[in-house]
Design a binder for this molecule. Structure first.
Ligand code: CA
Length: 267
């Protein structure tokens, strides 16, 4: 005999899983979903679009989830280079010098991180400070400084890396593009100085400790070009297409792209 039950309404996939497994699946909150009832499904690959139920991924019958001029923070990590987070416009060069911090929670615990890549749509900041935490309760530790003039941080340009966990300030190249530039911090090979022990990673406990992180914080300060006279203040904002953090958990060998949680202050 089968045990048949009838319900006046269709159960959702989530409810079916709860009934059969007695387990509540983890909830993934999407505060900016807003897919219309005609296109109720978030596109599985390009999350900025909604598509009808039953439609193939390749359908042209799709709608933007948000207004085309919306630039929410989750666009900074939606794996879509066509979307960007945009900060508010800074009212003065002084406010721009104070900058903005983007905090990244790697969520699933501690990772060995090998790259942090920032892809900008706007004019680039003149100074970037990258920090890490190795647990939710530990203090922030400096990881890398990058700047047009490292004197801003009272550091020398491209200073030597004496130890595997030394921190220096990398000077930005002179040919910074107006748009679509990117900043890459490579933990092991921060050119032009290679990190001591980079080619002997598994035998350097200090270096293995140096790449560990549960949280990453990126502080952007100042901006190229907008200090010049007659530049309209409305150009004083940051727009970031993607922040990519590449690393791996210590129990798994392949390098993965981490999909973390972000927050920004001030936005
Ligand atoms: Ca994006």
């Amino acid at each position: 005999m089968q045990d048949f039950r009838f319900y006046p309404q269709t159960l959702t996939n989530r409810e079916i899983e709860e009934v059969y497994s007695a387990r509540i699946p983890p909830l993934h909150a999407q505060t900016s979903c807003r897919c219309p009832s005609s296109h109720p499904r978030v596109h599985p690959v390009v999350e900025r679009y909604c598509i009808p139920n039953g439609a193939d991924d390749t359908t042209n019958n799709r709608m933007l989830r948000l207004h085309p001029h919306a630039h929410p923070l989750n666009y900074i990590n939606d794996n879509d280079i066509g979307t960007a987070w945009v900060s508010s416009v800074f009212s003065s060069p002084e406010k721009l010098d104070q900058g903005v911090s983007i905090t990244i929670d790697l969520e699933s615990g501690q990772y060995q991180v090998f790259y942090v890549i920032l892809q900008f749509r706007s004019l680039q900041p003149e100074a970037v400070r990258i920090q890490r935490k190795t647990s939710s309760t530990s203090a922030w530790r400096d990881w890398q400084y990058l700047a047009k003039n490292c004197s801003l941080f009272a550091m020398e340009e491209n200073g030597p890396l004496v130890n595997p966990d030394s921190v220096n300030c990398l000077q930005f190249p002179s040919d910074i593009p107006y748009t679509n530039g990117n900043i890459t911090f490579s933990m092991l090979t921060p050119e032009p100085n290679l990190r001591p022990g980079y080619n002997n990673f598994y035998n350097s406990a200090t270096l293995q400790e140096f790449v560990r992180a549960t949280h990453v914080r990126v502080h952007l300060q100042g901006q190229y070009h907008t200090r010049a006279p007659h530049v309209p203040f409305r150009h004083r904002y940051y727009a970031v297409n993607e922040i990519t953090i590449s690393g791996r958990s210590e129990s798994s060998l392949p390098v993965v792209f981490i999909r973390p949680n972000y927050s920004a202050s001030p936005s």
